[in-house]
Design a protein around this ligand. Structure first.
Ligand code: PLP
Length: 282
């Protein structure tokens, strides 16, 4: 990873040149938030929506961020992508402690870190496993406290899966690094409402808006995992996956109905919405 452009405390370097303190609160407490902004041919998708979500996360955490500087850092990183597909990862921590302590000093300097990564986004269907959601109760904050996601996803990986679908007491929350949609047995598109302790995904929002303009009925609410047994199609959304269907979901009888006409129509509406966003992106 020698040539990956990266920024730390406003200084553009390469990823392997950056040196951080082990007393960074990102390191000791996951006292940090992040965003992953996707770029298509060098253009960001929903840039300001990512900044607005960062503002919401920061506000809940009481982080006093200089957004002009953060936006400047992200744009500086993005410039290195020069017309390529890829993403910018940007993380802000509360700062670096003098001595490790749960209680932080009020005058800590915010610590910022990011990098730009050229990437080709995946397009093939995924396998997933149904898992109990054992994460904390504020998954609406895009914090780096992702241990629950990491443990579930790596358990699923050992069974050949690339993702998990999480549930709490029989009701779906979201995936390990994506939001989840599916067709129920009556043909309605279903997804968990934001009150189910999930991340308000930017891609989720693009899709919900796109579907509301079309012929589909989208129901946000509680989603029983028993619905999966009769679903012809479950799919995930995220900034780096776009929209990807699940071939199977270990722990259920679900099996993807290939070329499901409703799903193909949803993909078309989603792609058109993505295109419109990118046309106005600068
Ligand atoms: N849910 C979780 C837990 C995630 O980590 C992510 C993305 O990383 C998403 C949902 C999708 O969010 P977005 O569409 O903004 O990428």
């Amino acid at each position: 990873m020698t040539d990956i452009p990266a920024i730390y405390q406003g200084k553009l370097q390469t990823l392997d040149e950056i040196r951080i303190s082990p007393l960074s609160r990102a390191y000791t407490f996951s006292d940090s938030i992040y965003e992953v902004i996707p770029y298509f041919s060098g253009k960001p998708l929903c840039f300001m929506e990512h900044i607005d979500r960062m503002k919401k996360s920061a506000s809940v955490m009481g982080l006093d961020i200089n957004y002009e500087k953060a936006i400047g850092d992200i744009k500086e990183l993005a410039n290195t992508l020069t017309n390529q597909d890829g993403y910018v990862y940007y993380q802000i921590s509360r700062g670096v402690d003098l001595v490790r302590s749960h209680l932080y000093q009020d005058d800590l300097e915010i610590e910022s870190f990011g990098y730009a990564m050229p990437a080709s986004f995946p397009s093939s269907a995924l396998s997933a496993m149904l898992c109990s959601d054992e994460r904390w109760g504020r998954c609406d904050i895009k914090s780096t406290s992702l241990l629950g996601n990491v443990l579930a996803m790596n358990k699923a990986k050992s069974l050949g899966c690339q993702e998990v679908v999480l549930h709490k007491d029989g009701f779906m929350t979201e995936a390990g690094a994506s939001n989840v949609f599916y067709f129920d047995s009556s043909g309605t598109v279903r997804t968990s409402s934001l009150s189910e302790n999930i991340l308000p995904g930017i891609t989720r929002e693009i899709l919900i808006k796109a579907l509301k303009d079309g012929p589909f009925c989208v129901k946000e609410g509680s989603c029983a995992i028993s619905d999966f047994n009769d679903s012809p199609c479950i799919w995930l959304t995220s900034s780096t996956k776009g929209m990807l269907p699940l071939t199977n979901l270990i722990g259920t009888d679900y099996k993807l109905e290939e070329n499901h006409s409703g799903y193909l129509e949803v993909v078309e509406l989603f792609n058109a919405a993505m295109q419109s966003h990118l046309e106005v992106s600068v």
